[in-house]
Design a protein around this ligand. Structure first.
Ligand SMILES: [Zn+2]
Length: 156
């Protein structure tokens, strides 16, 4: 744009660049001037949370996990710190995600549903329609509607 030799395009390019820089400057100022929210935890809670003897808990069922645990013994959820990076163990984490799609343990949102459809289509387009059948069946399942209603209650 700037190397065309046309002075009008050069001026237009400089104007656009100036507007982008001005917008970036305003955005940085807006972020810096944003009010800080107060810390919801007191100092004692934060000290106990970061103590070395504090056990990690499962993100689904809050069951305490011992050191070196990869999966929750109570619900089977992936709890290890590097499960999704380990070449062999990440297969089980992916399996948990796909199993959640057909057992009712995910939020019933259109974006998540589209993600399930696209990912299964990319992994195995031949068997994906079978998975979609169980996924749609799961969405019509009453247990899933009850969990969605609980999610709505939590968000309000
Ligand atoms: Zn658990």
């Amino acid at each position: 744009m700037l190397g065309t030799g046309d002075p009008n395009q050069t001026i237009a390019g400089l104007g656009v660049a100036f507007l982008l820089l001005a917008g970036l400057w305003r955005f940085v100022g807006w972020v810096r001037e944003a009010p800080q929210k107060p810390d919801p935890w007191d100092a004692e809670f934060e000290r106990r949370l970061e103590a070395p003897e504090t056990l990690e808990v499962c993100c689904l069922c809050s069951t305490p996990q011992g050191p070196g645990a990869w999966f929750c013994k109570h619900c089977g959820s992936a709890v290890g710190p590097y499960n999704n990076l380990m070449p062999y163990v990440h297969i089980f984490s992916e399996g948990e995600v796909f199993r959640n799609g057909v057992t009712g343990r995910f939020r019933n949102r259109p974006f998540i549903f589209i993600g399930y459809v696209l990912i299964t289509l990319g992994i195995n387009p031949i068997f994906a329609p079978i998975y979609w059948f169980f996924l749609l069946f799961n969405l019509k399942h009453p247990q899933n509607e009850q969990e969605s209603a609980e999610d709505q209650d939590v968000q309000q």
